[in-house]
Design a protein. Structure first.
Length: 355
């Protein structure tokens, strides 16, 4: 290589490295939007707003009611579902009350549309520019497809509360929340891989046995957290560490079998959610210790996330599910997922490129 061609080669190398950094930054940006979506989803659930929009209109539904007649029409549709007929109607819900819950569900759906555009349009641009590194195109398309599926899952969840129930199915709510967190994890993992690629360490991280174990332990906690939200199981006890004076709470219905109780009984689900959290903490401490010599920032993030989450969980219970604390609990839960994925990614990097 001549002295004259060396600067040109360096320029081409720097340009090639800058592309995955740009894609990684974009993915982190989308991950932030997903995080906001999870927070707004928590507000929507806690304010019982999720059934206020009774139709699924992916395009025309982006606009809220723009006139008093439009508001009255939407309110009339809501007045036909069991939640209004059995709960909010007898409680004296007004149009102003309806507008409040409608707002949160509309914002939640609007964020879903925004995330779709924020992912699809830049992905198309990067594809046209041939900026996507080899091996990443299918992964990005899979994330796009999962995001589209999440919209369908959201409506599938809402539809469960429009005919015979006064709320949505907690099973469908769990699928909806866990899918959002899986998308968040996929975005963070892929962005971290691309940052490694840009640093000259092109071999992606792999999922280790410890990483899989930790994620499964965390998945169980997230599942029971979703069940707790869907069944309003947090309200069955406002004391800690005992539940209404007992370690194992009274009121658990074992009559239909253990499996049914595990999936449907609010007392048992609340009990598991509060104590399985300490199993999660144990595994995350192990992860943080393994990560610390490699990436101290990831170790600190893991400790900060689970420490905050434990304190918020206890405070949420002891305040009788204070709205602000409960929303913060769900928000930090998403941060626990992101920090855990960061740590699992660190220990999964090839040993010759850990830094």
């Amino acid at each position: 290589m001549t002295d004259q061609s060396l600067p040109n080669q360096l320029h081409r190398d720097n340009k090639a490295r800058s592309r995955p950094i740009a894609i990684a930054n974009w993915l982190f940006g989308v991950a932030i939007l997903v995080f906001i979506m999870v927070v707004v989803g928590g507000i929507t659930r806690l304010t019982e707003s999720g059934l206020s929009i009774t139709e699924w209109k992916p395009v025309t539904g982006a606009l809220p009611p723009l006139s008093e007649a439009d508001w009255l029409s939407e309110f009339a549709k809501y007045q036909q579902i069991p939640e209004y007929l059995e709960i909010n109607g007898p409680a004296g819900m007004t149009l102003a009350d309806f507008k409040f819950i409608y707002f949160w569900e509309w914002v939640h759906r609007l964020l879903g549309r925004l995330i779709g555009l924020a992912f699809a349009l830049p992905l198309l641009w990067f594809a046209v520019k041939r900026a996507i590194p080899s091996g990443y195109a299918m992964r990005l398309l899979a994330l796009l497809a999962l995001g589209g599926l999440q919209g369908t899952i959201g409506w599938w969840m809402v539809s469960s509360g429009l005919s015979e129930r006064t709320d949505v199915s907690h099973f469908r709510l769990a699928v909806h929340l866990l899918t959002a967190l899986i998308i968040l994890a996929g975005l963070v993992w892929t962005a971290l891989d691309l940052r490694q690629w840009a640093s000259g360490r092109e071999k992606p991280a792999r999922m280790t046995g410890l990483g899989v174990t930790i994620l499964m332990v965390l998945f169980i906690q997230l599942l029971f957290g979703a069940y707790t939200a869907g069944l309003n199981a947090g309200y069955v006890s406002s004391t800690w560490p005992l539940m209404n004076g007992y370690f194992i709470p009274g009121g658990i219905d074992w009559s239909t079998g253990i499996w049914s109780a595990l999936n449907n009984d609010p007392y048992l689900i609340h009990f598991i959610h509060r104590w399985w959290a300490w199993v999660v903490v144990g595994f995350l401490v192990i992860l943080a210790r393994k990560v610390r010599p490699i990436d101290r920032r990831a170790s600190i993030a893991i400790h900060a996330a689970f420490g905050s989450q434990i304190l918020l969980g206890i405070a949420t219970v002891m305040t009788g599910i204070d709205l602000h604390l409960a929303v913060s609990h769900q928000a930090v839960g998403a941060l626990v997922v992101a920090a855990t994925i960061w740590g699992v990614h660190v220990i999964g990097r090839p040993k010759n490129q850990l830094r």
